[in-house]
Write a protein that binds this ligand. Structure first.
Ligand code: FCB
Length: 457
């Protein structure tokens, strides 16, 4: 390998998935509807009218999928639990045993294959019953999440040592309540969006001691989608817009978790724009921040791209010309910018003093399809992962404390509002036949892992 220093011993090499994106079987085993079951069935919400009703049918094909993980040579796998499989409406007092048993078998089989399970408790598919009672903007949901975390960790905590409370709170808060591209599909509801962020963070903090108590060896953390933001030009318009972007995207989550404070400039900006009033922030109660900033064992980082911010509120003619050269884009339209993962990790180390990081997602969407011989030559995906791993390693050699990398995703799956049109997998899935075909990137990753994995103890 070209790298000078090897990846550390026991570095986690994995792939990631999430329940709604792969499982299917929405009513099997007593599962209740999730917000994604509801949302994906609303006309016009999902590209091509796709739904996760079948997705990859992982609920039935999971043994086959673990076999694919085993052959890939990973030593870790990040997946999420479908909350409504455990609490069909969210409000039951006792968990649904069939749901717990499904994940228990999955965990046992992973362990038999020497693959460490990393569980995400909330990867967005919350019970519709909780949404009907107001969802994340209402404080009551915090207790429901703690109850759910308690029962799952009680049941699996003897075997599972790595827990992610929430996946990407920003997506729930911003895409759900400002852009409306995710459930519940509301637009420009800033007070609800902020309350959502707050209750996600608060429930994370409150779940930590419950999980640790049930799972004594465990590491507990949260996964944020973070990036590096730079202004599109040197104009103060772009600089101000970039500061707000960084505030609402990165600092709104990092500051309460790591600095015991909210970024005031974000709230001030929203007040100046009359998007919130002071009393809209009453959801922040005394000592909430102390709970949110409970020390975690790791930060999960999902990195895909950087953000180049242009002030869109002023006339283009009044702004300075753009000065940032953009790199090529993936099929999703996200710019490929590998140095961003290094810049981000250095910021987390230096500014936030984060002591343990896992890259819980990194990957790209390309539509490369099987050739007549059934081969999938997704060289651009190989290039994407390779260049990001090189930049990740650069940050690690500079002292960034990273202990694992999870490629998104093990296989093509239901990509939320994009349906099946965007393929992030190392494995091709034929959504008609459910056949799985490893892509060239799967074989490349297998090779990369075998050259860099040093964990045989
Ligand atoms: C992330 C999500 C994940 C997947 C990737 C492409 O934001 O966590 O479920 O959709 O993007």
């Amino acid at each position: 390998m070209p790298e000078n220093k090897p990846f550390p011993r026991n570095f986690k090499w994995g792939t990631a998935t999430s329940s709604y994106q792969i499982e299917g079987a929405p009513t099997v085993g007593g599962k209740g509807p999730s917000v994604w079951d509801t949302f994906s069935h609303i006309e016009g919400k999902i590209n091509n009218g796709d739904t996760g009703d079948t997705a990859c049918d992982h609920y039935h094909l999971w043994r086959n999928d673990i076999e694919l993980l085993k052959n890939l040579g990973v030593n870790a796998y990040r997946f999420s639990i479908s909350w409504p499989r455990i609490f069909p409406t969210g409000k039951e007092n006792e968990p649904n045993q069939i749901g717990l048993d499904f994940y228990s078998r999955l965990v046992d089989t992973l362990l038999e294959n020497k693959i460490t399970p990393f569980i995400t408790l909330n990867h967005w598919d919350i019970p519709q019953g909780l949404e009907d009672s107001g969802g994340w903007p209402e404080r009551d949901i915090v207790h429901e999440f703690v109850k759910y975390s308690y029962h799952v960790s009680k049941h699996l905590g003897d075997r599972v040592n790595n827990w992610v409370t929430h996946n990407e709170p920003w997506c729930v808060s911003y895409l759900g309540y400002i852009e409306g591209r995710k459930p519940p599909g509301l637009i420009n509801k800033w007070p609800k969006s902020l309350a959502t962020a707050h209750h996600l963070l608060l429930s994370h903090g409150m779940a930590i001691p419950e999980i640790r108590n049930n799972s004594k060896q465990s590491e507990v953390g949260i996964t944020l989608n973070l990036n590096t933001a730079i202004p599109a030009s040197g104009s103060t318009y772009d600089e101000d817009a970039c500061r707000f972007y960084d505030g609402q995207f990165n600092r709104l989550y990092l500051n309460p978790l790591y600095k015991n404070e909210y970024p005031d400039d974000v709230f001030e900006y929203l007040k100046t724009k009359s998007l919130i009033s002071e009393s809209d922030l009453n959801f922040i109660k005394q000592s909430d921040l102390n709970i949110i900033s409970t020390k975690t064992d790791f930060l999960g980082v999902n990195y895909y791209s950087r953000a180049v911010i242009r002030n869109e509120e002023i006339d283009e003619k009044k702004n300075l010309p753009r000065t940032v050269d953009m790199g090529p884009k993936t099929d999703f339209g996200w710019e490929i910018y590998p140095p961003g993962i290094c810049d981000l990790l250095m910021r987390l180390k230096n500014e936030y003093k984060v002591q343990n990081i896992y890259i819980t997602e990194n990957g790209c969407s390309y539509g490369d399809a099987p050739s007549l011989e059934g081969k999938i030559e997704d060289n651009r995906r190989i290039e994407y992962h390779q260049s990001h791993l090189t930049e990740l390693k650069r940050a690690m050699d500079d002292g960034a404390p990273c202990n694992g990398y999870f490629a998104w995703s093990l296989m093509d799956n239901f990509e939320w509002a994009q349906g099946f049109s965007q393929r992030f997998g190392l494995i091709w899935v034929d959504f008609e036949t459910l056949e799985r075909i490893p892509k060239d990137s799967y074989y490349w990753y297998k090779e990369y892992i075998s050259e860099n994995r040093l964990d045989e103890d």
